[in-house]
Design a protein around this ligand. Structure first.
Ligand code: SF4
Ligand code: SF4
Length: 132
């Protein structure tokens, strides 16, 4: 479980500042989730994550796997009738986790066979995105 250095009030401010998005703009139509290519594996899905953030349940979202599965493809942002870009919010959430000195990925936890099969570029990209 993520233990945050920042206070909950600071987190909301940080999410909006880092993402450039206003959480209250979302009116829960679900268009983002309907178009998201990785929503099938996300928990919570984009629209649910935003609702949880609106309700101040930051820890639930920051501790979820969903924010790490976002591929930053921007489909959600293009589909949103309110101009909310969840990809940028997920990016901000990952940044907050990493800034709190919690890396998401450690080499020791990765399956050795997977390491030998995966392309080198995948590792460089993953370690840039998932570690401090
Ligand atoms: S598409 Fe926009 S308004 Fe609709 S649920 Fe997603 S973020 Fe909210
Ligand atoms: S940017 Fe992330 S959340 Fe948005 S549609 Fe793409 S993968 Fe899904």
């Amino acid at each position: 479980m993520l233990e945050l250095i920042e206070s909950l009030q600071e987190i909301k401010k940080d999410i909006e500042l880092l993402s450039g998005q206003t959480l209250s703009d979302c009116y829960q139509c679900g268009e983002c989730t309907a178009g998201c290519p990785t929503a099938f594996a996300m928990e919570p899905v984009p629209s649910q994550a935003i609702r949880l953030l609106q309700l101040g349940k930051f820890n639930e979202v920051l501790n979820s796997t969903g924010i790490w599965l976002c591929a930053s493809c921007n489909v959600c942002g293009e589909r949103c009738p309110r101009g909310v870009d969840y990809g940028k919010i997920a990016d901000a959430l990952r940044t907050i986790v990493l800034r709190n000195k919690l890396t998401h990925l450690t080499l020791e936890k990765i399956d050795k066979q997977f390491i030998s099969d995966a392309p080198q570029q995948a590792f460089i990209a993953a370690f840039r995105k998932y570690t401090t």
